[in-house]
Ligand binder design. Structure first.
Ligand SMILES: NC(=O)c1ccc[n+]([C@@H]2O[C@H](COP(=O)([O-])OP(=O)(O)OC[C@H]3O[C@@H](n4cnc5c(N)ncnc54)[C@H](O)[C@@H]3O)[C@@H](O)[C@H]2O)c1
Length: 358
């Protein structure tokens, strides 16, 4: 008989509630604690999970409840204190949101702490569970598009929201081979005022160690995906090979041309939390049961993608190619905020004019 794992969820905004519901919907987990610094949010959440204890101090509640899983879904500026709380309470697994950090230095500290503590980490790059992403991965892995030479991802959402999603899925299509170097440019300072501090637009190239080239863009200057209506799902992630291509549109299915397809083939799929969260949570139970069943969204994979994004940021500041792994350096986003030219970004589509006023 398999055991039930206890869970504490901290940060009960949009994503925290997604996590709490998905854990509660899986018989392998029991939500025993709910926490938010906003007491009204914690109480409102607790009303939906009658057995769970609620509080406003995550570290204290975690120490009291000693959950197997410490899950937190706070905004990107709050990571380290909650990672520490997860380690201190003895959690076996810490599940948290992208982006994993706001600088290379912070990301390294998180990885060092969690590796040393022997705690598993999982990061919410859960779009990959969509049937269209899975289909694209299966086509690429089957060899049907020949030798992959290029992987790519672009999104109209800005960098700290969307870039690690784009890089993570493209790196998955390239079997998480590490990067040799990155080169990038950026434009527009408007989104440095956002809590997901980013240039309005950033575009870059990445050279992976197996010779595959990565092409990534996020923000106002990124290409439109006219097949997709919903602005946040205007993302295209895929691979080109010597005999075809395969790509997923976050809000618009998949399409491909393969060696034997005789033209374009396509299918359904749309990013949907209700579909993507359950298998993402189920894979945590599998990894907790069996150390060899590593979660596809493990922190080690997320860290590789985050370093690529930070290398792109450093390229804007330092110019030229940036070799990976990165040496220690100043927090990238602060440096980027002054390096990006003050002139407004040139917008690529009408929908972006609404999202990036002025
Ligand atoms: N994976 C995805 O598909 C996806 C989608 C949207 C957002 N996100 C990410 O999820 C994260 C959270 O986004 P959101 O939209 O849910 O934010 P949100 O603002 O709705 O919720 C954050 C919550 O955290 C609480 N909080 C802040 N500090 C806390 C602390 N120390 N202890 C406990 N609670 C604390 C806040 O009071 C708030 O209720 C972000 O990093 C965002 O990038 C991921």
């Amino acid at each position: 008989m398999s055991r039930t794992y206890t869970v504490l969820v901290a940060g009960l905004g949009k994503r925290g509630m997604h996590h709490a519901s998905a854990f509660q919907g899986n018989p392998r987990f029991e939500v025993v604690g709910l926490c938010d610094i906003d007491a009204s949010r914690a109480e409102a959440a607790a009303a939906k999970f009658p057995g769970a204890k609620c509080g406003t101090d995550s570290a204290a509640l975690a120490k009291e409840l000693k959950p197997d899983v410490f899950c937190f879904a706070t905004l990107p500026n709050i990571r380290m204190p909650l990672i520490q709380a997860g380690i201190d309470c003895g959690a076996k697994l810490i599940a948290y949101e992208k982006p994993i950090a706001t600088s290379t230095r912070e990301a390294r500290q998180i990885m060092d702490l969690t590796r040393k503590a022997g705690v598993k980490t999982v990061v919410s790059h859960q779009h990959r569970y969509g049937v269209h992403y899975q289909k694209v991965k299966a086509i690429i892995a089957s060899g049907a598009i020949g030798r992959v030479h290029t992987v790519y991802g672009h999104a109209t959402g800005w960098m700290m929201h969307m870039m690690t999603h784009m890089i993570d899925y493209a790196m998955w299509f390239n079997d998480y081979v590490e990067a040799d170097w990155a080169i990038a440019q950026a434009a527009g300072r408007g989104k440095f005022a956002d809590i997901h501090r980013s240039p309005d637009y950033i575009g870059g190239l990445v050279q992976f160690k197996n010779g595959v080239r990565g092409v990534f863009e996020t923000g106002a200057g990124a290409p439109d995906v006219p097949e997709v209506d919903y602005w946040w799902r205007k993302c295209r992630i895929g691979a080109q090979g010597t005999e075809g291509f395969a790509e997923a549109l976050t809000g618009g299915g998949w399409r491909a041309i393969t060696r034997d397809s005789g033209g374009v083939i396509s299918g359904e799929g749309c990013m949907n939390y209700d579909n993507d969260m359950p298998p993402y949570i189920e894979d945590m139970a599998k990894w907790l049961d069996d150390d060899t069943a590593v979660h596809p969204c493990c922190g080690e994979n997320a860290h590789k993608g985050f370093e690529v994004m930070m290398a792109m940021c450093r390229s804007v500041v330092e110019r030229g190619q940036i070799a990976l792994p990165l040496p220690d350096g100043a927090p990238e986003i602060d440096a980027l905020a002054t390096a990006v030219p003050e002139r407004p970004v040139l917008l690529s589509m009408e929908a972006n004019r609404k999202e990036y006023p002025g």
